[in-house]
Design a protein around this ligand. Structure first.
Ligand code: MET
Ligand SMILES: [Zn+2]
Ligand SMILES: [Zn+2]
Length: 434
């Protein structure tokens, strides 16, 4: 469906919460048309520097407090560890005995290489086509604002649903979630939310379809350490670290080549169905003419749910053994839960989610999420979760230079949640709940 100017204006008119609401934050717009207040709000959130390595979570939390106030909903803050706060805005349902719907988003974003960007990555510049540039436009500040704006609209219409809806904003997803969702799912406050189903981030789709994710690859971040004999750089020293490192790199990257070939020669495979391996750091050495006593290589490996993880680790052990004496490895990230969320009609949450999308003429492509999101921690505690960011006709640019999202695609996403939330939050009581 396409927006017309009238339609956008119509939406904006009744979405103005008050004079001090997001409309006051305005920011131009094209061709003399006032910018939609939801777009202005999105751009404001993009300008908050929640970027690693030192995200300004304070700014994000102040922003969210303001949102909760505007929505007239309570916001709870749970400090999972020092300086790491999870914020939850709750719209309580009429039947609190029922399980709730979780709308999750992370507040943090990854760093940028500013020299390679067309615009300041934290200025949220909008070009003449309505493309909004900024770190987090796709990953995933858009989704956070879409949740908020959909709830704002539904509340303004006087709606109320049986099930409670929680809007959750978590820190540190981009650095592994250890001080964020991984900790929070074990917290009593998480249990207390009584969640039945979760939505979290997905990926853009360049075509007309929308991609939805029912599982994820397991991220393994591994550093392999190769010890060796030191000596003068002019000699043929035996047992050097570099010789071992070369074999390690060859084993890992040969496997990378095989998997790449498998993906490229099979029509039915997507990135989420094969194992990727990338060497992301190499360390070692002190001087030109000193053979070092150790060298390290770090790999980012993503393993699909179909792979046997014990066998995969045994393969890594063989590679290390074959490369020489004394090689060790350690993990900075080793997720092992391979649970999937059912996309059969026997899963009532999936059934209502997919039927609601279908009713909006949205075509869904089901895939395994090739990267990792906080959904993996939600699934690991036994809850169903779907990764979904309503962005079609959009190139996949997360973590990339010039990440952008078009304002019309963004606004359409709010309408998508305006349909999805009532459907999910009105799902009748299930036999497991009574
Ligand atoms: C492995 S932790 C997740 C960080 C980020 N979302 C990624 O996929 O790289
Ligand atoms: Zn993300
Ligand atoms: Zn990311």
């Amino acid at each position: 469906m396409l927006f017309t100017d009238t339609h956008i204006q119509g939406l904006s008119g009744d979405m103005l919460p008050d004079k001090n609401g997001p409309s006051a934050m305005g920011g131009g717009g094209q061709g003399g048309l006032a910018e939609h207040p939801s777009v202005s709000l999105f751009r404001e959130y993009l300008r908050l520097k929640t970027v690693h390595p030192e995200p300004d979570y304070g700014a994000a939390l102040r922003f969210l407090e303001r949102m909760a106030k505007e929505l007239e909903l309570p916001m709870k803050k749970v400090e999972v560890c020092p300086g790491r706060v999870v914020a939850i805005i709750t719209w309580t349902g009429t039947n609190t005995a029922l399980q709730s719907v979780l709308l999750n988003s992370h507040m943090d974003v990854v760093p940028v290489f500013q020299e390679s960007w067309k615009y300041d990555a934290f200025a949220a510049v909008k070009d003449a086509e309505g493309n909004i540039y900024g770190r987090g436009t796709q990953d995933m500040k858009s989704v956070a604002i879409q949740y908020i704006e959909a709830v704002r609209k539904l509340k303004a219409e006087g709606k109320r649903f049986a099930r409670t809806i929680h809007l959750m904003f978590v820190p540190d997803e981009e650095v592994g979630g250890h001080k964020g969702m991984e900790m929070f799912v074990k917290h009593p406050e998480f249990q207390a939310l009584n969640i039945g189903f979760a939505l979290d981030e997905g990926l853009a789709n360049p075509g007309e379809s929308f991609t939805v994710f029912y599982g994820e690859r397991c991220p393994w971040w591994i550093t392999v350490r190769c010890p060796g004999s030191p000596g003068h750089g002019s000699r043929f020293v035996e047992n050097t670290a570099a010789e071992k490192l070369r074999k390690i790199i060859n084993s890992f990257l040969d496997f990378r080549e095989q998997e790449k070939h498998r993906l490229n020669t099979s029509e039915c495979l997507t990135l989420g169905d094969v194992t990727t391996v990338n060497m992301t750091m190499v360390k070692g050495g002190v001087a030109y003419n000193v053979i070092p006593e150790k060298m390290d290589a770090t790999f980012d490996i993503r393993i699909p749910p179909t792979v046997n993880l014990q066998e995969f680790e045994a393969q890594i052990q063989r590679w290390c053994k074959e490369a020489g004496e004394g090689i060790t490895y350690e993990f900075a990230q080793k997720h092992t839960n391979q649970d999937l969320t059912s996309t059969e009609d026997s899963n009532p949450w999936w059934k209502i989610f997919s039927a609601t999308c279908k009713a909006m003429n949205m075509n869904l492509q089901k895939e395994i999420f090739p990267a990792a999101s906080d959904s993996r921690f939600i699934r690991a505690v036994g809850l169903p979760a779907i990764g979904f960011s309503p962005m079609n006709h959009t190139p996949i640019l997360l973590h990339d230079h010039n990440e952008f999202l078009n304002e019309q695609v963004f606004l359409r996403g709010i309408q998508v949640y305006q349909e999805l939330l009532p459907a999910l939050a009105s799902l009748p009581a299930q036999s497991s709940e009574v």
